[in-house]
Design a binder for this molecule. Structure first.
Ligand code: NAD
Ligand code: ZN
Length: 352
């Protein structure tokens, strides 16, 4: 089969590789019908994720059809159309029993990381019973694939960890796909207003389309805007969806006493926690790797037309144009890419 294989920093390509085979009786083999590229894949290509071994097929988000299932797989069977979650879960360990699947002792984020992933014609999914979700017929591949990672991440690690409540003022710093998913799902909880902060005008425009009420360029004093909008109090919830020290520290300055800072970004460098200012403010700061416990709920909401998934897909490609898709995604500032989706109906590349 063909797959997108990582050979070390700066070296990767769409190439011929061995077909996956069942390894454990709990595995399933899935034919990939739609797949996307994540910002994390770009980090891997740069060498920022050293545990990814050369020879690994990348990708952790896909939709496809089960073509083979091990004898201990009971919840799906060949022919079923499924969403492959970015998190694989054994369903038995202590973390899985507490729905903290991201921390699963044998699974967690393994696809396209520790084992071969989804940017391929076929993929082996471990612990298939808990790692794939049957898809409602009314949800398209293109919409569903966004529920493999970015929607559960924005919702669980941003909105739910941030304890968003009706009437809140919410600030989302970083309007990439994950921040946009946080905005779209925060909207469902009837906040008073959502303020989006980013450095690029195109991302702020996208934020407005998915439900931000106000937008601010990071370089134009968003802290003052939030203070003005809240009578000087600050935001009830600040969601960090960038992953750099500056934006985390900005979130801790923008939140009101008693509020929540929900960190979503993946950080590579230490950030300063200004306890000299924060100690008396009764602030809750949360961190988290997505668990995908909300995926069944999000799938029902997508089926009911409640999620603006289509607005996040800016480009589509056939599967075999993976290298071009990576290029368009990596040059988002020039191309305007949010999410690129490959596969599905064999459509020509183009903005949708
Ligand atoms: P992205 O890189 O596409 O988006 C980041 C956005 O932040 C961009 O729009 C960029 O313009 C903006 N930005 C950059 N510097 C900024 C600044 N100083 N102020 C304001 N905005 C700034 O990434 P994404 O795919 O949307 O993911 C967002 C973060 O979430 C990443 O760090 C990613 O690794 C992380 N993530 C976390 C989890 C989890 O489980 N916690 C899962 C998936 C992704
Ligand atoms: Zn991801």
């Amino acid at each position: 089969m063909k797959a997108y294989v990582f050979h070390g920093p700066g070296q990767s390509g769409w190439e011929e590789t061995a077909d996956p085979v069942l390894g454990e009786p709990t595995d399933a083999i899935v034919r990939v019908d739609a797949v996307t590229v994540c910002g994390t894949d770009l980090h891997i290509l740069k060498g920022d994720v050293p545990e990814v071994r050369p020879g690994t097929v990348l990708g952790h988000e896909a939709v496809g059809e089960i073509v083979e299932a091990g004898r201990d797989v009971h919840s799906v069977r060949p022919g079923d159309r499924v969403l492959i979650s970015c998190i694989s879960a054994c369903g038995r360990c202590r973390y899985c029993r507490e729905a903290m699947y991201g921390q699963c002792r044998g699974g967690g984020w393994v696809l396209g990381h520790l084992i071969d992933g989804t940017q391929a014609e076929y993929v082996r999914v471990p612990y298939a019973d808990f790692s794939v979700h049957q898809l409602p017929a009314t949800v398209t591949d293109q919409d569903a694939v966004l529920l493999a990672d970015i929607f559960p991440t924005g919702y669980e690690v941003g909105v739910l960890n941030g304890h968003v409540r009706p009437g809140d003022t919410i600030v989302v710093v970083g309007a990439g796909p994950v921040g946009l998913a946080a905005i779209a799902t925060a909207r469902l909880l009837s906040p008073e207003r959502i303020v989006a902060v980013d450095v690029t005008a195109a991302r702020l425009e996208a934020a407005r389309k998915v439900g931000a009420d106000a937008v601010a360029a990071a370089q134009e004093n968003p802290e003052q805007l939030v203070a003005d909008l809240t009578g000087g109090l600050g935001a009830d919830v600040a969601i960090e969806a960038v992953g750099v020290p500056d934006t985390f520290e900005m979130c801790t300055r923008m939140v009101r006493p008693g509020g929540h800072v929900a960190n979503v970004g993946v950080h590579g460098k230490p950030a300063t926690l200004h306890l000299e200012d924060l100690w008396s403010k009764n602030i809750t700061i949360t961190t988290g790797l997505v668990d995908t416990h909300s995926t069944p709920t999000l799938l029902r909401m997508a089926a009911a037309g409640r999620l603006p998934t289509a607005q996040l897909v800016t480009h589509t490609f056939p599967l075999d144009r993976m290298e071009e898709a990576y290029d368009v995604f990596a040059r988002a500032a020039d191309t305007g890419a949010l999410k690129v989706v490959l596969g599905g109906p064999r459509r020509d590349v183009g903005a949708v």
